[in-house]
Design a protein around this ligand. Structure first.
Ligand SMILES: *Cc1c(COP(=O)(O)O)cnc(C)c1O
Length: 463
């Protein structure tokens, strides 16, 4: 399997090269040259298998010689070993035809662990074989960073730097990033918002001399290996609910469009998904784009679902690439318009492509809070604010003939203040993390400035 850039002007790479590279050198994102499909019998055979076996069968066709079968099975086994639930991604029923896919049983209590734990093991295997080492850089609105630090802490071949917006992540998220004591882990508080952090990471990758000098690698949701890992739970959930004999819809709380893009890949692989519903909070650029066709950047308004406080949704470029018939020049033009003027207009044909596959909705702050309260009263289930955005939007897209699965993207204990304000419950941290508030913190502050960030990275890796 080969990987091509969405802007059409970067080298074609293998799976492990694309994974180690992250952002393509033409500024684009890597996608598989073609998506392998599974027949109905192959999909039916997944029902009831352990999560790790489903993961192997779904991801193996994308790996294309980068690892042996035995290596890849061992990598998957190590990746999901630290999860606190035997099913890894259990389904819980909320209403007659509405299910919650709990993706928060990993070590940092958010769905990002599914991809990040795998990518940690993949990086270690690929780098140790090459006798190489890299500097991993990521921007986080909270959950990616803690998941990356947890996945890479203590690995020999990697230094990991995570940029997060100072004062804009929850205390649990911050502590998960600042309390690991391993010297290869660096939590960096940037004076700015998440979009600033993400923009600085892009700048670091576009400074080629710096990028080559420190051997920069990215693990943000633009990394194809992360998207791939997330495809798996769409198959596990849908086959549990009767796929391929019965269609299933999914509602996905969305920020960077990574998680829902994985659902789109699952659909392209042949999983009979009826609707993919994009759920946004008040930072609703994706919802507005589907409604109006205009992708217009606005200021980020902080919400109680901070991991979705995003106005530039990186992975959207991947679906645009398909919507524009895989025309890298067309995608480049749109992305240039976005970076120079803060907006672009999706062509009519591309918009039709998107509307055929996606629905969308937004939940306001009061709606999110009310959904946490009502779901608790009606079911006893305590939702995190991101999952509540999903549940609220899913309810607006209910179809009695098709089961709806809403992705529960974080554990409520990651956002205790918002949850308590909504339903009066202080959700406890799982036992394995109960001393989080006592562990000492370690972080470095930095200005929202490329030069300052580069100097900091070079100083830390030569230390
Ligand atoms: C990252 C995150 C999201 C958004 O996921 P994307 O892949 O960026 O769309 C939603 N909820 C939580 C809890 C997250 O951590």
């Amino acid at each position: 399997m080969q990987y091509v850039s969405t802007r059409g002007r970067a080298p074609v790479l293998s799976f492990d090269e694309a994974m180690l590279t992250g952002l393509a050198r033409d500024g684009g994102l890597y996608v598989p040259e073609s998506v392998p499909t599974l027949g109905a019998d192959d999909i039916a055979a997944l029902a009831g298998l352990p999560y790790e076996d489903i993961a192997f069968r779904i991801m193996w066709p994308f790996i294309g010689g980068s690892f042996t079968e035995a290596e890849f099975r061992a990598i998957i086994a190590r990746a999901y070993d630290g999860f606190g639930h035997a099913a890894r991604a259990p389904l819980v029923q909320l209403a007659p035809n509405h299910f919650l896919l709990e993706l928060f049983h990993g070590p940092t209590l958010a769905f990002k662990d599914f991809a990040m734990q795998l990518i940690g093991q993949l990086f270690e295997a690929a780098l140790s074989r090459r006798g190489d080492r890299v500097t991993i850089i990521g921007a986080t609105s909270g959950d990616t960073g803690s998941a990356a630090i947890e996945a890479f802490r203590g690995l020999d071949a990697v230094d990991v730097f995570i940029l997060f917006p100072k004062g804009r992540v929850s205390e649990v998220q911050r502590r998960q990033m600042t309390t690991p004591s391993e010297s290869n882990v660096h939590a960096i508080a940037v004076e700015g918002d998440f979009d600033d952090c993400q923009a600085r990471v892009k700048d670091l990758f576009n400074d080629f001399p710096f990028r080559d000098r420190v051997k920069l690698a990215g693990v943000n949701s633009i990394n194809w290996a992360r998207v791939l890992a997330q495809v798996v739970y769409y198959f596990s959930a849908a086959t549990t609910l009767g796929a391929p004999h019965r269609k299933v819809s999914f509602t996905v709380p969305t920020g960077n469009f990574g998680d829902i893009f994985a659902g789109y890949v699952a659909q392209k692989m042949g999983l009979p998904i009826e609707r993919l519903v994009i759920a946004t909070n008040q930072n609703d650029i994706l919802h507005r784009t589907l409604v109006t066709g205009a992708y217009t950047k606005e200021a980020v308004v902080p919400s109680i679902s901070p991991s979705m406080d995003i106005q530039v949704s990186s992975n959207f470029e991947r679906v645009l690439f398909d919507a524009y018939g895989r025309d890298g020049d067309a995608v480049s033009q749109q992305m240039e318009a976005l970076s120079s003027g803060g907006a672009f207009t999706v062509s009519q044909g591309a918009l039709e492509y998107l509307r055929e596959r996606f629905d969308s909705g937004r939940a306001s702050e009061p709606e999110t809070t009310a959904t946490i309260a009502r779901t608790f009263t009606e079911t006893g289930e305590v939702l995190c604010p991101h999952s509540a955005v999903g549940v609220k939007v899913a309810e607006g897209h209910a179809d009695p003939s098709v089961p709806m699965v809403t992705l529960a993207t974080a554990h409520p204990a990651k956002f205790p203040d918002a949850v308590q304000a909504a339903c009066g419950i202080v959700p406890p941290l799982p036992k394995r993390m109960q001393d989080l508030y006592e562990r000492p913190e370690r972080l470095t502050g930095v200005a929202n400035d490329l030069g300052a960030i580069e100097a900091l990275i070079e100083e830390k890796i030569s230390a």
